[in-house]
Design a protein around this ligand. Structure first.
Ligand code: ADP
Ligand code: MG
Length: 682
């Protein structure tokens, strides 16, 4: 760059995330203005932005209907009016009669003929040259003018190394133009450039930059993957003693999909490198038993396993289920949560440290400092999308720092998620993980019937809940979500509980919400599981993992306030037994356009993948990624849905480059990810 920007400007640039000349170079226009030709005023196109120029013949401040600066401009071909509703005193001086003014704005047919309201304008000398390129309009922030930003970008264009990071043999088959030509074209398109292709970002120059960005992401993820793959871990060959014993004790055979993913996980565990596998499976597909069998493979090799869940309710439930499965095999299972009484916690910690507990189940309390594993070999993270990258790293580190003989070894890692990751996302943001998918539900499940019911028909819903419960079924009643205020959320839950308890004097009604102590939560959940509670009023604390097969009816109040994956997860709490289950989505009228679209998606689809895909389209990847994005370079130029073909191409190219031209890969990464690579190295 020619000049270093002032401190004030640097502050604005920081806000835009533009720290280096390279960042500026890759700060691409939102759209373009055609200031390469001046239209005669009399023939300027109506209703689109255009450049005109003329002499100011009159300028007055009018006061009716409101204070307005009105100028008349003529150029021989015609006459037009300029209106400024907001203006500074010096503008009146600037726009004095006799001056030549060049205007860029949208010409309209006003009451007094042709007019422009608040055009961009500049006082010019006669015969001043017009722009030679289309004028880029950049994303900016308050206080940083387009003109200043343009100047900085031009400086970057002149000062940066624009040499190509990619050789011809990569670009030619893909039909992509060179980097220097592309970046120059996008910042300074020639006057005859196809504006449509530029605005839609489908022009080859755009394609090239999108490809570059995607390639950098793929390279980074792939290298990250390889780096972790190159670390060492204990090879845990299947021994089949414990796993066979558990399989024999289960009341059901595994589905084919469960067997397949177990094979994949088992083969990974047998490798002397840390597994980093994501197990995806829709709600109710039976991931827990797969986790248990994976844990047993570690245990029968003399290692410990840990399962971490995002909520205490879920962790406690896992603990109960896994204890019931593993204790009969003579194994020690402990439970670790923040709320555990001191004495019990100490006992649990001691068992984990001594290795007498082969399996530890818990919340994020599992990776607190005091927790020292004797020999952690496998870390399992349930509902992984609820955890940040950071938290997962902490649990992994538990393995590398523990145990005397296994130092410098990483534990294997299995992440599980019921929020399915659409293909485009798993190809891009999750490309550093291996993925196993359970694509089949256990047999005998009847699909959940979903009903959309306006809140005005609440009475019918109440009758239905009563009927189901009196028939021996159980039901959930999910309280409205109030994201803005936890306090209000709690109050709503209490109110809902009281109202429903009064409405159903003949039923035993319970309540769980996030503010209850873990013990109270656990007690309520146990009572519900045992059938002592028939109607459970709950907040979204029951969203993940809760498994009570006899519950066959769910009512969700204000369903329009929930996210789609949240609704899908909630709905997955029913339909777990053989009985026909239903999920009633109560909504408040009138519904907004988007709320209607979202409820329609959940109503029409029961497949979590399809719901996630549509959710991604509605919300964009930023929100979808949630916690994960902190560790992954986000895409600024490419759009994984729109640019799927480029994403595929980038993926193949990345693999090829890493294998055959590592120096090219390195160079490309340097240009694109200078700083962003850091985090991935952890
Ligand atoms: P999720 O994948 O949502 O975590 P769970 O592991 O909680 O699902 O399993 C849901 C229910 O299905 C549990 O009650 C579990 O015991 C049961 N289950 C798991 N696998 C099978 C199977 N192969 N056949 C029948 N029931 C199964
Ligand atoms: Mg689960």
């Amino acid at each position: 760059m020619t000049a270093t920007p002032s401190k004030a400007i640097q502050g604005k640039l920081d806000k835009l995330g533009l720290r280096t000349a390279h960042d500026l170079l890759l700060h691409l226009p939102l759209r373009y203005q055609d200031e390469t030709r001046i239209y005669p005023i009399g023939h300027a196109p109506l209703g689109e932005a255009a450049l005109v120029e003329g002499e100011i013949t009159d300028a007055t401040v009018q006061y009716r209907p409101r204070r307005t600066l009105v100028c008349r401009v003529e150029d021989g071909s015609g006459m037009m009016t300029l209106r400024f509703l907001h203006f500074y005193p010096n503008q009146i001086k600037q726009l004095a009669p006799g001056k030549r003014v060049r205007l860029f704005g949208e010409m309209r047919h006003g009451f007094f003929g042709m007019e422009m309201v608040h055009p961009q304008y500049r006082i010019v000398a006669a015969e001043e040259a017009v722009a030679e390129a289309l004028t880029p309009v950049y994303p900016t922030t308050a206080g940083l003018s387009q003109a200043a930003l343009r100047k900085l970008v031009l400086g970057a264009l002149a000062g940066c190394d624009l040499s190509d990071t990619l050789p011809d043999e990569v670009l030619r088959p893909l039909g992509l133009p060179g980097f220097a030509a592309s970046i120059t074209y996008l910042h300074q398109p020639p006057p005859d450039a196809p504006l449509g292709l530029l605005t839609e970002r489908t022009h080859p120059a755009w394609q090239r930059l999108k490809f570059d960005e995607l390639l950098a992401q793929q390279l980074s993820m792939s290298l990250h993957y390889r780096r972790r793959r190159a670390q060492s871990a204990a090879a845990m060959k299947p021994q089949h003693q414990l796993t066979r014993a558990l399989l024999a004790s289960l009341p059901f055979p595994l589905t084919l999909a469960q067997q397949r993913v177990l094979q994949e996980i088992g083969a990974d565990l047998a490798q002397p490198h840390p597994m980093q596998r994501l197990l995806q499976g829709d709600v109710g597909s039976g991931k827990t038993v797969v986790a248990a069998l994976a844990a047993l493979q570690a245990i029968e090799n003399g290692f410990q396993a840990a399962i971490m869940a995002p909520t205490e309710i879920l962790a406690e439930q896992h603990f109960q289920k896994l204890s019931a499965w593993l204790k009969p095999l003579g194994l020690g299972v402990v439970w670790l949560a923040a709320s555990l009484p001191k004495k019990e916690k100490q006992a649990a910690l001691a068992a984990v440290a001594a290795g007498t507990a082969q399996l530890a189940v818990g919340t994020h309390a599992l990776f607190q400092e005091q927790v020292v594993f004797h020999r952690l070999g496998l870390a399992i993270v349930d509902e992984q999308h609820r955890f940040g990258v950071h938290q997962r790293l902490l649990l992994r580190q538990k393995g590398s720092s523990s145990g005397r003989s296994v130092r410098a070894q990483e534990p294997h890692q299995l992440m599980m998620s019921a929020t399915p990751i659409p293909r485009t996302l798993s190809m891009s943001y999750y490309a550093d993980l291996d993925v196993s998918v359970i694509d089949e539900l256990p047999p005998g499940r009847t699909p959940v019937v979903t009903k959309l019911v306006a809140d005005s028909r609440r009475d019918e819903v109440i009758a239905r809940v009563r009927e189901a419960c009196l028939k021996g079924r159980q039901a959930y009643w999910v309280c409205p979500l109030i994201e803005e205020s936890e306090k209000l959320q709690l109050q709503t839950a209490l109110d809902t509980y009281q109202t429903l308890a009064a409405t159903f004097p003949e039923l035993r009604v319970g309540l769980v919400h996030g503010r209850l102590h873990a013990r109270e939560k656990a007690t309520a959940m146990e009572a519900f599981k045992a059938g002592e509670i028939q109607l459970l009023v709950a907040t979204t604390v029951i969203e993940v993992g809760v498994d009570v097969p006899n519950a066959s009816l769910m009512v969700i109040e204000h369903a329009e306030r929930f996210g789609l994956s949240q609704l899908h997860q909630l709905r997955g709490r029913v339909g777990r037994g053989a009985a026909q289950s239903a999920c009633i989505l109560l909504y408040q009228t009138p519904l907004s356009e988007t709320a209607r679209a979202r409820l329609k998606i959940i109503y029409e689809n029961s497949d979590g993948f399809e719901i996630a895909r549509q959710d991604l389209l509605l919300r964009g990847p930023g929100e979808f990624l949630g916690a994960r994005q902190s560790g992954v370079p986000l895409l600024k130029i490419a759009d994984i849905e729109q640019d799927q073909d480029l994403l595929e191409a980038a993926r193949h190219t990345a693999e090829k480059l890493i294998a055959e031209r590592p120096e090219v890969a390195q160079r490309h990464l340097q240009r694109w990810l200078a700083g962003a690579e850091q985090y991935l190295k952890v």
